[in-house]
Structures are given as C-alpha cells and as structure tokens.
Design a protein around this ligand. Structure first.
Ligand code: C2E
Ligand code: CA
Ligand code: CA
Length: 702
C-alpha cells in the first residue's frame, strides 16, 4: 500500500471513529432531553387539565367536562384524555385502542412510553380533599421521529465530513508524498544511469533538505563518472599506444631474432650456413632418412693450396677465394641442398635428395669444375683446386659422426692423391684420415695428461704491464709432436670430448694460477670455453667446485666465449654467463666482430671485456674498413663500461694505433707468442713488459 493511501486511510478511520462516538453521544443527549421536556409538558398539561376541570367535577357538569376533554385532545401529541371521579369515568376522549387499554401509570405521574404512549395523571383536590383525577396520554412517536430525523441528518453530515476529510487527507498525502516521490524517481533515474539527475526542490523542510543532499550526491556521482570515463579513455589510449609499441617491439624483435638467428647460423664472409647450422640440418636429414628409409649424400670439401694464396696474396685474396667457392657451390646446388663453411677453407655439402652414388659423384664433380673456373684477383687469374670426399647414408655411415669422418677420410684420400672427387671405401677405414685417427685418441690423451697449456701475455696498453695471460691448449702427441687446437678442438666438439677437454684445461689453468700466486704473481689466466660448455647447465657449478679445490681467487680466472657460442642457444648461455660472473669470474667475449654483435645482448651479459678479433687487428694497417671496426668496437666497449682487448697485434704500428684509439690491452706475436709456463717466466724476467712499468716498448718492438 502506498504511503499516500496509508495517510488517507489512517485519517479517515480516525475521523470515522470520532464521528460515530459524537453521533452516538449526541443522539443519547437528544433523546434524554426530549424525554425530560415531554415529562414536564405532560405534568404541566395534566395539572392544568386538573385545575380546569375542578369546578365541573364538583358540579358533575358532564357536558362541560366533555368539551374540556375535546379541548385537551386538540393539543398536538395528546392521544387520549379522561376525567374521573371517585365513582368512575366522567368524561373521556381520544383513540379507541388507547382508551381500551388499562391505564399504565397507576402509581406514578411519569411512566415509560413502551407502547409509544406516555401516560400521566393529576389529582383533582380542593382544600386538601381529593375529588377525582385526570389522565392524559402523549404519543412519543413525535420524539421518535425527531430522533430518527436528527440521526439521519447527523449521519449524512458525518458522511459528508468523512468525504471532506478523505479529500483533505488525499491532498495532504499528495503534498507529503510529492517530495518522497520525487526522491524515489531520482533514485530510479540514477539507478538507470542518468547520473547528475536533479530534483526540483521547493521549500525548506526536511524533505527539501534531503532532496538537496540528493542533488549534491547526484552531481558528485556525475562528476566521478565523467572522471571515470575520462580516465577510461586515457587508459584506452594508453593501452592502444602500449599495444602498438608491443607490436612494434615484437616486429623489431622478430626481425632482430631472424637476423640474429641468421647471423648466428651463418658465416659472415660467405653468407653460407656455419658448422652449427650444418650439423642441425644433417641431424634432421638423418632423422627423416631413417624414417623414410631414404638414401642421401654428404660431401666434404677442402681447398687445395689455400694457405699459399693467403700467405702470398694476403687475407683479402683469401676472402675473395672463399666467396668464389661459395658462389660456385650455390650455382651448382639446389635450394634443398646445404653447403656450409665449416671453418677456414673447409666446406661441407649435404645432398638430401641425391639417392644414388653416381649422382652424388656427378654433383661433386660439377661443384669442383665450378670452383676451378679461373678467378681474377688484383689483375691476376688464379685457379683454385679442391678435394671432395663423398659418404652415402647409410652404406658409408649410419650416424652423424660416421658420415662426417668418412666423408673426411675420402676427402683426405682425394687430397693425398690429388684425385679431386673420391667416394669413401671401407678400406680407407677411419685410420686413413688423420682427423679420424686423432678423434679416436682424444679420450686417452686427455686422461693420460697429453694436454698442456701455453700462455700468451696480454699487456695493459696504458701501463705497459702484463695484466694477464690467455691459456691456449696444446696436445703433446706421442707420434705427431705438438698439435695446435685448430686440429683437435673441432674433433673434440664433434665426438663429445669437449667437456673432459675443458675440464682438463681448467684444471691445468687452476694449477698454474695457484703456482704463480705462490710465487707472488697475480696474473689473470683466461681459458677458452666452447659452445658445448656454455650449454651445460652444470658448468658454472663445476667451475666453482674447481676454484674451491685449488683455492684460487675467482677474479684471477677469466673465461673467453665467442659470440657465436652464445648466440647458438642464447637462453642457457646467458644464464650460465651470469652465474659465472656472479661467482666473480671475469667473462670476456672472444673473436668479437666475427659473429653477430648484438650490443643489446652483450649489455645484459655481465661480461667484463670484449676481445676484438685478430682478423681486424692484423689488417688494420692495410684495410681502412678494419680500422673503423676496431675503433668503433673500442668506443662501443667503453660506452658499455667494458674493457677492450685487441688480439693479433703483430707489429709496432698496430700497437701504436691501438694506443691512439684508447684500447685497454693488447695480445699478439709482437709482444709474445704463446709460451710454455717456464718460457713465459723467462720472458717475464727479460721483457720490458714483464713488470717494468712504463718501459719503452719501442726497444722491444725493434
Ligand atoms: P683464439 O681464442 O682466438 O686464440 C688466439 C689464437 O690466435 C691463438 O691460436 C694464438 O696463438 C693466435 N695468435 C695470438 N697472437 C697472434 C698474432 O699476433 N698473430 C696471429 N696470426 N695469431 C695470433 P691457437 O693457440 O692456435 O688457438 C686457436 C684457437 O683455438 C683459439 O683462438 C681458440 O678459439 C681455440 N682454443 C685454444 N685453446 C683452447 C681451449 O683450451 N679450449 C677451447 N675450447 N678452445 C681453445
Ligand atoms: Ca681466445
Ligand atoms: Ca680470439
């Protein structure tokens, strides 16, 4: 029920009850007073009638009495009149039915008007003696109808006043609930989202105050909502900008990653896939060939007389030759084939779709012919020769190592006998190829202590003092003499021997640090670690364990890693480099400039030094481009807060240039070749770099 109806019903109900009480009591009073008045009138009329008839009763004048009775009866309301003597009725008149009934008010003057007739009498006395009496009856119907009349009038009035009251309370209810309704409407509007909705306020009462407060609240809500919408729009814009930036960054990253991937997997000079990519493709080809039981061919390729070209015509000519070989291979081979530069003048060709030997030989011969096409360098025409060895899957090898070593063996056979293209034969065995033979001996050589270290000093260019050494592994082979890392590091990586080899090198380096420390020399010893070590999650822990075992300060150990080793599989590599750096080991990027040089990455690596690759340093004097590279690498290193180290410093001019460019330290044959520990100590004693700060290096250079 609405508030207004409640007010109306409430007021009307109260009013009705009050009116009923008033009507009831009014009527009661009315009746009582009418009865009193009737009583009095009857008494008076009876007494008057008695005194009027007194003399006629004494004289028993019946006709006079009759006319008195008629006179009395002419009074309105009187229904009968009777005059009595002691002997009986003298005269009477009135309605017959009333006369017939027995007089009811025998004993008293007043009597109740039960039958609608009010009876009264008066004695006729003269000087105290009673002679008779008069009786009269009044009809009470008049009173009754009067009361009834009054009651219906009162009821009519009450009804009217109730109606009036209803109307009044309706107006009051409307007035009172108008404010409430407005508030209710306002709340509804707000609930429906019409923030800022205002109630029209009239007056100053409590409802008006509430309405004002409501308007305030509504305005505040609207303001807050506007703020929210504004903020949302801003956030939306920000989000859009952010999204765009993320998209841009993602595209940049994708591009960078693609570039990175490409550069990590390709040789910069020839743009051919590198060793890592080649192994990857070989593994995939092997897996799919095994599944589909297909044949394929692997060709090893090595240039003849490349060293001579390099030595006589210079590095630049060497580079041109390598590019010529790459072009020749690309010209002959299909897109599905892979030709890779494995290092130096060594190439490998994977022919996944060549399923018979004859065809493999044909392709190899065509490649050889293309390589042999004369090449013009510095105005001279030169012809490059090559030796190619073919191994077929699965007849010449069922796994990666067998295929590579057997194509190598065939290639060596071709080289030895100058045959051009040779197919692997089982009698060539593994022993026929030096590389294959060495591979078989590696494990034993490592465990029997045939590995030793030579140390090449690094000189601080500012102070001319030895700041550290690079440890370079050598293999004291019982039959072949001292072997250099280029001949066996690749083999060790290929045959899974690189981990024990690195452990051995690290062990020898620690021993040496310990020894020199005991003699009072605090040289940093740099050890080269391979990509395989960088991918080994246990590597940092094993280095830490060794440092603890030999009790050497961790800052005296430095580890050199090449960019390509990092970029091959950057996630684990970076994690390992960080761990090693946290142990306190100095990390240095080796051969910088030959691989992918993402400065963004290097910045994250916690490395201490960048080693500029010797190919740039060595050619700095003759190639302006190389000098630019060296200069910018030094600047770059310094900008990143890193030290720049130049390797391959072969002469005074290079040293001077590096000093001019602000390079921090230098390493190279100009100062010293790699030396055994004893020879190095001797060198230290005799050379001006061996501790004599500020010595004139020109003396030594000459
Ligand atoms: P690298 O790390 O770039 O080492 C420097 C190489 O340049 C050494 O050759 C050194 O003898 C040579 N070198 C130094 N100064 C000059 C110079 O003025 N002119 C010229 N032309 N060459 C100079 P090395 O000792 O034959 O080592 C070759 C490569 O073998 C090293 O290159 C390194 O990548 C790898 N290697 C050496 N020792 C280890 C090792 O213990 N473990 C691993 N994984 N790799 C090693
Ligand atoms: Ca190195
Ligand atoms: Ca190097």
């Amino acid at each position: 029920m609405s508030f207004r109806l409640k007010i109306i019903f409430g007021v009307v109900a109260i009013q009705a009850v009050m009116l009923l009480i008033m009507i009831w009591s009014g009527l009661t009073v009315l009746r009582d007073s009418n009865e009193q008045a009737l009583l009095k009138r009857t008494e008076t009329t009876a007494k008057l009638f008695a005194s009027t008839t007194q003399s006629a009763v004494l004289a028993t004048d019946l006709s006079a009495l009759e006319s008195f009775v008629d006179e009395v009866l002419s009074n309105p309301g009187i229904v009968y009149a009777r005059v009595l003597s002691k002997q009986g009725v003298l005269a009477e008149g009135g309605e017959k039915s009333v006369l017939a009934r027995k007089f009811v008010a025998d004993t008293s003057l007043a009597s109740t008007a039960n039958d609608g007739v009010f009876d009264a009498y008066a004695d006729i006395t003269i000087s105290g003696e009673q002679y008779g009496r008069v009786e009269i009856g009044f009809s009470t119907t008049a009173i009754q109808s009067l009361i009834e009349n009054t009651r219906s009038k009162a009821l009519l009035r009450a009804l009217f006043s109730l109606l009036l009251m209803g109307l009044f309370s309706w107006v009051l209810g409307h007035y009172l609930t108008r404010g409430l309704n407005a508030l209710q409407l306002g709340a509804k509007q707000i609930a429906e989202g019409d923030l800022g909705y205002r109630i029209n306020v009239r007056g100053k009462d409590e409802l008006a105050q509430t309405a004002l407060a409501f308007n305030d609240m509504s305005a505040k809500l609207k303001h807050l909502d506007e703020e929210r919408v504004k903020k949302e729009a801003e956030i939306h814009l920000l989000n859009q900008a952010l999204e765009q930036r993320v998209i841009d960054r993602t595209i940049q990253l994708q591009d960078a990653n693609k570039q990175l991937e490409h550069q990590a997997m390709h040789d910069t000079l020839t743009r051919l896939p590198n060793r890592a990519l080649f192994h990857d493709r070989l593994r995939n080809t092997l897996a799919s060939a095994e599944r589909s039981q297909k044949l394929f061919a692997l060709v090893g390729l090595d240039l003849d007389m490349f060293k001579e070209v390099n030595d006589t015509l210079g590095h630049h000519a060497g580079d041109l030759v390598l590019q010529h070989v790459a072009n020749a291979c690309n010209k002959i081979l299909r897109d599905s084939d892979t030709v890779a530069r494995m290092g130096g003048d060594e190439f490998a060709i994977l022919l996944p779709d060549v399923t018979d030997l004859e065809r493999a030989v044909h392709v190899a011969q065509r490649v050889l012919e293309a390589i042999k096409e004369p090449l013009q360098i510095d105005g001279r025409l030169i012809e490059i020769g090559a030796s190619l060895g073919i191994a077929m899957f699965p007849q010449h090898g069922a796994d990666e190592i067998a295929l590579i070593t057997h194509s190598d063996a065939a290639m060596y056979e071709a080289k030895r006998h100058k045959k051009g293209v040779v197919v692997y034969q089982s009698e060539m065995g593994e022993g026929k190829s030096e590389a294959v033979a060495l591979k078989g001996e590696l494990r034993r050589a490592i465990s029997e202590g045939e590995m030793l270290l030579h140390y090449q000093p690094k000189i601080d260019i500012n102070s001319n003092v030895v700041s550290g050494v690079e440890a370079l592994v050598r293999w004291q082979h019982p039959r072949l003499g001292l072997l250099y890392p280029d001949t066996f590091i690749n083999l060790a990586e290929l045959s899974g021997q690189i981990k024990p080899l690195t452990q051995e090198v690290l062990r020898l380096a620690m021993k040496q640090i310990r020894e020199w420390s005991d003699l009072g020399h605090a040289f940093t010893v740099a050890v080269n670690i391979s990509a395989v070590n960088l991918q080994d999650k246990g590597f940092p822990e094993s280095v830490a364990a060794m440092i603890a075992e030999y009790e050497v300060p961790s800052h005296l150990l430095e580890l050199e890693v090449t960019e390509t080793a990092i970029m091959n599989e950057p996630i684990v590599a970076i994690e390992n480099i960080r761990k090693l750096a946290h142990i306190g080991i100095q990390m240095s990027i080796d051969d910088f400039g030959t691989g992918y040089s993402s400065m963004a990455y290097i910045q994250k690596l916690l490395v201490a030094k960048i080693k500029i690759d010797k190919s740039f340093v060595m050619d700095m004097g003759s190639q302006e481009k190389d000098e630019v590279i060296v200069r910018s690498t030094i600047d770059l290193a310094h900008n990143l807060g890193l030290k720049a180290v130049a390797e391959g410093v072969e002469n005074q001019a290079a040293w001077d240039k590096l000093r001019e460019l602000g390079c921090d330290s230098a390493q190279g044959y100009f100062m010293s070749k790699p030396l055994s520990a004893e020879k190095f100590m001797e060198w230290i004693r005799c050379s001006p770099w061996g501790g004599q700060v500020g010595a004139d290096i020109k003396k030594v250079g000459s």
